[in-house]
Design a protein around this ligand. Structure first.
Ligand code: NAD
Length: 358
């Protein structure tokens, strides 16, 4: 057994119902005396409760999905103008992403308080979008110094968004089993992440006001991000990255739709990953387990329901082919990718992709 695994330096607090106390402690630990709170207008009330006792000098509410460069620049300028020494982000992946964009150029520390299951808070990956092209990079400066997970903050996340976001986390786990830098630690984290997400998501869907399911999903989302951060982007993330950036598709829903198609395509060539996913889902096969879960939570089904046009499939195929990881367990031909995207666009049965390639 020979591998290298980088463990990221970050404090992680799970504090159900106590985000305000935990954030105050983390801000104090980091010496924050001029805090910039980043939270979208929709999450402003939530953010106000969590940060009421902090030395806040600026509340920034302009949060846009996929972090357009222009909006990142406005946030950076505002942070500099207010002489900020700590960023506190409260919201989903878009909000965390904006805080990361500020940290990327300023080096300011971040305390991240996630309110979705996107997992960005546990990675050192940043992303910016300019002219329909999404650029990502890895930089230690953007890794939040501390995360405060408080499941009560996700109670207001509507069930369809909770489901899509939880499946986004599941996709981190599944993709990390065959991503370029996958190692036994990532695979263990991914297996436990899948188990936690598959336990929590049906509970969230059937009883959204209950805390137990939300706690499991948040825990699974954290593990999923650790696995993804270490293993890197596999075929699934490369596909979703292109679709999100070029066609402005909603991030979580795109991941939720595409996952079964990539799993159906790769699983026959990745028997160890297949077994691990099946085991974590308590199902005879990985795809059957995933589809059962998706059915139980009424998962998003087709890319055409989320803004992707059939006419864009060929261009998307070309863009994705340029970034397919060489280590993908199964060769990805233009024809195979076209079939995959067409099936995902339509919401067809993913089993049609699992046979040997045509
Ligand atoms: P999002 O942050 O855009 O949030 C989706 C919607 O949910 C928004 O309307 C938001 O206002 C709302 N919302 C958030 N929390 C809520 C709550 N508790 N109650 C009610 N509404 C709430 O979506 P997302 O899926 O969390 O994040 C997507 C973004 O994150 C993408 O830009 C993606 O690229 C990025 N991302 C980055 C990484 C990384 O490692 N860098 C990882 C995952 C996702």
């Amino acid at each position: 057994m020979r591998f290298e695994h980088e463990t990221l330096a970050q404090r992680v607090c799970f504090a159900p119902g106590e985000a305000a106390v935990a954030v105050r402690a983390e801000a104090k630990r980091l010496g924050g005396s001029r805090v910039m709170v980043i939270a979208a207008t929709a999450e402003a009330d939530l953010a106000e409760k969590v940060t009421a006792e902090l030395p806040v000098v600026l509340r920034h509410e302009e949060v846009v999905m996929h972090v357009p460069v222009a909006s990142a620049e406005r946030a950076r300028t505002a942070a500099a103008a207010h002489d900020v020494d700590l960023l506190v982000s409260i919201g989903g992946g878009s909000t965390t992403g904006l805080a990361k964009a500020v940290a990327l150029t300023s080096g300011l520390p971040i305390v991240a308080v996630p309110t979705t299951y996107a997992g960005s808070e546990a990675t050192s990956v940043w992303g910016l979008t300019e002219e329909a092209r999404k650029t990502t990079g890895v930089d230690a400066r953007v890794l939040p110094r501390a995360i405060v997970y408080d499941a009560t903050l996700t109670l207001s996340l509507p069930v369809p968004m909770s489901v899509a976001s939880g499946l986004n986390a599941l996709a981190h786990c599944v993709d990390s089993l065959w991503a370029p830098r996958t190692d036994p630690v990532d695979q263990t984290l991914a297996g436990e992440g899948i188990r936690a997400l598959a336990t929590g998501l049906p509970a969230v869907a059937s009883a959204p006001a209950g805390l137990e399911g939300r706690e499991q999903v948040l825990y699974g989302a954290y593990l999923s991000a650790l696995a993804f951060s270490s293993a890197g982007s596999g075929l699934h993330h490369k596909i979703c990255h292109v679709l999100g950036g070029a066609y402005d598709l909603p991030h979580a829903q795109t991941h939720a739709v595409v996952l079964p198609y990539v799993l159906a395509f790769n699983a026959p060539a990745a028997p160890d990953a297949e077994r691990r996913i099946a085991h974590s889902l308590g199902a005879p096969s990985a795809l059957e387990g995933l589809q059962r879960l998706r059915h139980a939570v009424d998962a998003p089904k087709a890319l055409r329901d989320h803004g992707f046009q059939e006419a864009d499939i060929d261009d998307a195929v070309q863009a994705i082919l340029e970034v397919v990881p060489a280590s993908n367990p199964r060769p990805v031909t233009p024809n195979a990718l076209r079939q995959l995207l067409r099936a995902a666009w339509q919401g067809a049965d993913p089993l049609t992709l699992s046979g040997e390639e045509s």
